[in-house]
Design a protein around this ligand. Structure first.
Ligand SMILES: [Zn+2]
Length: 430
């Protein structure tokens, strides 16, 4: 009897201690948001979007906590989070816990970098984006280039020179940019709305800007509203109309953010979704789904028809050239990983600036102005470059596998919707 009583007492004490010590997921989520805000005080690019309580933001600005203290706080939050037990059967809560763990682990790596820690390109990509970028050699790109050479109009010069000469025929005249973009946005919005219910008040504005290292950017403002900026430093080619409308808008960044806000923050009350730290695994899903979303919203045959019947005429371009232009562009797209190789070499110090530019012009077929812009992007955003191409490939593989063989448009949209309205991160794309 005595023993039984002791056991009861011990259990009761340990239970009450556990109750006292173990934080709830909502408490951890708040600590996460405040931590991200505080890290953001050390890097203005870190907090990409915030639409949580104003007083948290103000408190963070006032305090400007030291990096060593932030490092300790991150470790402590991770330890507290690990103590929370979730049944594997509860898929939503398991995803939420994994999301917070991965995002916090990336935050810890980011603090390390701000404190001066140096990672190789691949280590940085793994730590910040939860993914390992593949490596490709020159011969891989050379074989794509020789394929490209056969579909480009013949003529003198290197493949790059021939490509630039061909592509320059497809610039959208500046005075027609707005009309062409608006038509692409309307089409992508109409199609997305057929499959995804969006809040009635969702909207965005498009602004034309200069002197940026990127070509387009979505700034999510909360309450289903985005500001999309288009950089007009360099000529804009016709393929960018659909790419930008889908990538930045429907069903890309704008829709992803709208869904995270409406489904996870508002419906579930998950406060961690009032903030988006740019250098985190969430970015691989954001960029990957935004790029793959172009195919989802306008599958190839439908896109060709839309380009031929609507966008080319609006831009004053010859619709008879649609097929050849997109045959060339699809091979050009396969060279995207060459940009990662340039970034890897440049950031690891095995390529100097001039050699990195050479990689971009020879294997990614950038013209020299675009290669300069890309170098600025790499200097500022570093291994973030993997999120576009590797992100797209991982999202594509996940969505198409889950959609099954010979999937219908409905099925693909439904899997895609499931991904962009959940806390799923790169490690969960299996
Ligand atoms: Zn993007």
């Amino acid at each position: 009897m005595k023993l039984l009583f002791c056991l009861f007492l011990i259990t009761a004490i340990s239970f009450s201690q556990k109750k006292y010590h173990i934080a709830t997921m909502d408490e951890i989520a708040e600590q996460y948001v405040r931590l991200i805000l505080d890290i953001g005080q050390h890097d203005p690019d870190y907090v990409d979007a915030y639409y949580g309580p104003k007083e948290w933001q103000e408190a963070s600005k006032k305090m400007k906590q030291q990096l060593t203290a932030l490092n300790d706080r991150t470790d402590a939050v991770i330890t507290r989070l690990k103590r929370i037990r979730i049944s594997k059967k509860d898929v939503a809560l398991s995803l939420r816990k994994t999301y917070l763990l991965k995002q916090l682990s990336a935050a810890s790596a980011k603090i390390g970098m701000l404190m001066g820690k140096k990672y190789s390109f691949d280590d940085e990509a793994r730590k910040l984006y939860d993914a390992s970028p593949p490596t490709f050699s020159e011969s891989h790109f050379n074989s794509i280039l020789s394929g490209l050479s056969t579909v480009l109009p013949s003529g003198p010069g290197t493949v790059n020179e021939r490509y630039q000469r061909f592509r320059n025929q497809f610039v959208i005249p500046k005075e027609k940019l707005e009309t062409v973009f608006q038509a692409a946005i309307n089409e992508c919005r109409r199609r997305t709305r057929e499959y995804i219910t969006l809040p009635v008040n969702e909207s965005f504005v498009v602004e034309y800007v200069n002197n940026k290292p990127w070509s387009g950017y979505n700034w999510y403002k909360g309450n289903a509203h985005s500001v999309i900026q288009v950089n007009t430093d360099l000529p804009i080619f016709i393929d960018r109309a659909v790419d930008l409308a889908a990538h930045e808008g429907y069903p890309g960044h704008h829709v992803y953010n709208v869904l995270l806000e409406s489904e996870l923050l508002k419906k579930n009350g998950w406060i961690e979704f009032c903030i988006y730290p740019l250098f985190s695994p969430q970015s691989l899903i954001a960029e990957g789904s935004a790029n793959y979303g172009i195919d989802v919203v306008l599958p190839n045959a439908e896109r060709m028809a839309f380009e031929r019947n609507v966008l080319f005429p609006l831009a004053g371009l010859d619709p008879a050239q649609v097929e050849q232009y997109y045959t060339v562009q699809s091979l050009f797209g396969k060279l995207a990983y060459a940009g990662n190789e340039a970034a890897r070499g440049y950031l690891n110090g095995t390529l100097n600036k001039e050699q990195a530019v050479h990689w971009l012009t020879t294997y990614a077929l950038f013209d020299s102005a675009r290669a300069e812009q890309r170098i600025k992007f790499i200097e500022k955003y570093r291994s973030y470059v993997i999120n576009y191409n590797l992100g797209q490939d991982l999202v594509r593989a996940y969505v198409e596998k889950k959609s099954g063989k010979n999937f219908s448009a409905e099925k693909r949209w439904s899997v895609f919707y499931g991904l962009i309205s959940s806390p799923r991160l790169p490690g969960g794309l299996k």
